[in-house]
Design a protein around this ligand. Structure first.
Ligand SMILES: [Zn+2]
Length: 59
């Protein structure tokens, strides 16, 4: 099951989104250093989640 992974992915996405909405320095293409610290794990979790999803559904 990937539910735990999905939860972590969603939490990371929410944390990054909250930062983006509050931060004047982040842009779509270039997060500020603080934003990058939130974005890096989000990217990893997104990758892992999508990979697990593909594996589960078969292709
Ligand atoms: Zn920022």
């Amino acid at each position: 099951m990937t539910d735990d992974l999905y939860d972590r992915y969603q939490r990371a996405a929410r944390a990054y989104k909250a930062h983006r909405e509050a931060c004047a320095q982040c842009t779509d293409t270039a997060p500020c250093p603080d934003g990058m610290r939130l974005y890096a794990p989000l990217e990893r979790l997104q990758d892992a989640y999508l990979t697990a999803l593909r594996r589960r559904t078969g292709r």
